[in-house]
Design a protein around this ligand. Structure first.
Ligand code: FAD
Length: 484
């Protein structure tokens, strides 16, 4: 009699190394059926956006290749996750289903219900942590509550000690002999056809586990040492660009943590100072975002501070369209928005500037910006995106105070003084002298005749937003006429 298989459900853990669900399935000795389900129903409006779908295609292809190399093909199925898994259990008479946990509210609801249903059918279910250094519920203040702001979160993580060591990738997987019928990835049409807005992506990104590990190595070798001072300058190659690999789970945060610490120690430095600590702390911002989503399932849709729901957002489509297209007439904002469209990525400093400009100077609801980022970022992540937008808007946990309004001219002058970044993405500005690059409207001669005038006067926009936030904080009615 053949042994009943274990179904290994790949989700946001598209790797073989440090994959605890896979390791446990292999350790059981049972035949394994690895499956990925394209589920466009359960996430509702948070189904992967265009840029994420491009990445997913490449990433699944890479995972499929790695599994095929050890003779264990990846099964692809499309449909509602829970239904597909239950149907596969019936088709293969599986004795167990293993997966690594996801933290999106819809995923938690689905997984909890599925776990109960499978257990009722006498099917074993095991779930594991592959996506975080520590589970949100492990991280507590001294009084035993979840930290609501970042610094105590970092301190609480440090008190927990080292994260679990990194697990090895299996060299062999015992496969299920009779594989049920599955889909071909090409038939999922995850990649854009015409117009192919992602045509520039392959030159910039190589999704997949091996590529993620190589990228981490290169970052540690070439950039880590200067990360703390360099990470704010968008033209410098001093950030890791690991975010999409982390989102899709091609590399896990424990791998990043341990390899970074080990690299630092071998080069004779203390990992918990300077650039290395700063990098680890950024990794913990990702954890903190996940914890915020875990404890506040409405984070992507509703202001964490409910009073912010009364903010007089301007509903007009025109400023939003200009922002999305990088046509606002504010150089660093346009550069960032064009980088995003053409590469699926935007440097963190510029994300903050562009988001602040949309929410504060243009007074467009942060949820419109969040939705655009969701569709266009290759690293679109429900937790990090929602938490970051709420941080910028001032409505979130540990948020930037309402009176902190980024001045895009000063930010540009500070972080892209000679315009290497801005001129690259906004070539209409190539002949503008450095002095006027970030405020071409002040130049005595028009050296950028093809560039737009600013969509909003920056001083007016700032004053209007400040009035609106002030009225909101004082509990006054805050219609737009009262703020202009
Ligand atoms: P590095 O500087 O090399 O940092 C290493 C890793 O730490 C990153 O890969 C990322 O996983 C994590 N990290 C760094 N900064 C943050 C942060 N502020 N919040 C959470 N995690 C962080 N990040 C996403 O991964 N997905 C998103 O959808 C996303 N949306 C954002 C929206 C806005 C408005 C803003 C201001 C920030 C957003 N971020 C998001 C956070 C941050 O901009 C990116 O994680 C970072 O730019 C990724 O580049 P990197 O990998 O080179 O980062």
């Amino acid at each position: 009699m053949t042994e009943r298989p274990i179904i290994l459900w790949f989700r946001q853990d598209l790797r073989l190394g440090d994959n605890p669900a896979l390791a446990a399935a292999v350790a059981s000795g049972a035949p394994i059926l690895p499956v990925f389900v394209l589920d466009e129903e359960t996430p509702g409006k948070w189904s992967p956006g265009g840029a994420s779908r491009w990445w997913l295609h490449q990433s699944l292809y890479a995972l499929g290749q790695s599994l095929a190399a050890i003779d264990c093909p990846l099964l692809l199925r499309r449909g509602t996750g829970a239904e597909v898994i239950r149907s596969l259990v019936a088709e293969t008479d599986a004795r167990a289903v293993y997966w690594n946990r996801c933290y999106e509210p819809f995923a938690i609801l689905r997984d909890t219900a599925l776990k109960n249903a499978l257990k009722d059918d006498d099917v074993e279910v095991e779930s594991f942590n592959a996506a975080l250094l520590f589970e949100p519920w492990q991280v507590k203040t001294k009084s035993g509550t979840p930290p609501k702001v970042y610094s105590p979160y970092w301190r609480a993580i440090r008190l927990l000690g080292d994260p679990e060591p990194e697990g090895a990738a299996p060299e062999k997987i015992s496969r299920l002999r009779e594989i049920p019928a599955g889909d071909r990835i090409e038939d999922w049409h995850l990649q854009p056809s015409q117009p192919d807005w992602a045509s520039g992506f392959p030159a910039l990104w190589l999704p997949g586990e091996q590529s993620a590990l190589n990228k981490l190595d290169r970052f540690l070798e070439n950039a880590l040492e200067d990360y703390k001072t360099g990470r704010d300058f968008p033209s410098k190659p001093l950030v890791s660009r690991l975010s999409p690999h982390l989102h899709f789970g091609e590399i896990g945060p424990r791998q990043v943590w341990h390899r970074t610490v080990a690299h630092c120690i071998t080069t004779g430095r203390d990992p918990f100072t300077g650039s290395t600590e700063h990098f680890l702390k950024e990794l913990v911002w990702r954890e903190f975002s996940h914890a915020q989503l875990y404890y506040n399932p409405t984070l992507p849709d509703a202001c964490l501070r409910p009073e912010y729901e009364g903010f007089p957002w301007i509903g007009s489509e025109k400023p939003l369209r200009a922002w999305q297209r990088g046509q606002t007439g504010i150089p660093i904002v346009d550069a960032g928005m064009r980088e995003l469209w053409q590469t699926g990525y935007m440097h963190n400093r510029v994300r903050m500037i562009c988001a602040s400009f949309l929410v504060k100077h243009l007074m467009v609801d942060w949820r419109a910006g969040e939705a655009w980022f969701w569709d266009t970022l290759v690293d679109a992540d429900l937790a990090s995106n929602a938490a970051s937008w709420q941080w910028v808007a001032g409505s979130g946990a540990d948020a930037a105070p309402y009176f902190r309004i980024f001045n895009p001219v000063l930010q540009g002058e500070k972080f892209d003084k000679h315009g290497e970044y801005t001129r690259h993405w906004v070539p209409e500005l190539s002949n503008v002298p450095d002095r006027y690059l970030h405020k071409p409207w002040e130049a005595p001669e028009n050296s950028a005749p093809d560039y737009n005038s600013p969509i909003v006067d920056l001083a007016f926009g700032r004053a209007r937003a400040l009035t609106a936030f002030k009225r909101l904080n004082e509990g006054l009615p805050s219609d737009i006429a009262a703020c202009a």
